[in-house]
Design a protein. Structure first.
Length: 72
């Protein structure tokens, strides 16, 4: 069993966003979605995982979080 930084996804209301990614990034996302399904037994598309991957990355970036305090 894998231990991923991203936990099971909560119920959510999707917001549509269109982005272009390099093929290598898409391949990594596809692999991540496969491991996510193996880990949690829930099949999720790359499109559904991307917002949570980005959120986990940003929340884990201590330099950003130090500088982001009070900027909203």
């Amino acid at each position: 069993m894998h231990k991923l930084k991203l936990g099971p996804l909560p119920n959510r209301t999707p917001v549509k966003l269109t982005v272009s990614l390099p093929a290598e990034i898409f391949e990594l996302l596809t692999d991540y979605a496969r491991v996510f399904e193996q880990t949690y037994g829930a099949k999720e598309s790359c499109e559904n995982l991307i917002p949570y991957i980005v959120e986990a990355y940003i929340k884990g970036d201590s330099s950003f979080n130090k500088g982001a305090a009070g900027t909203s």
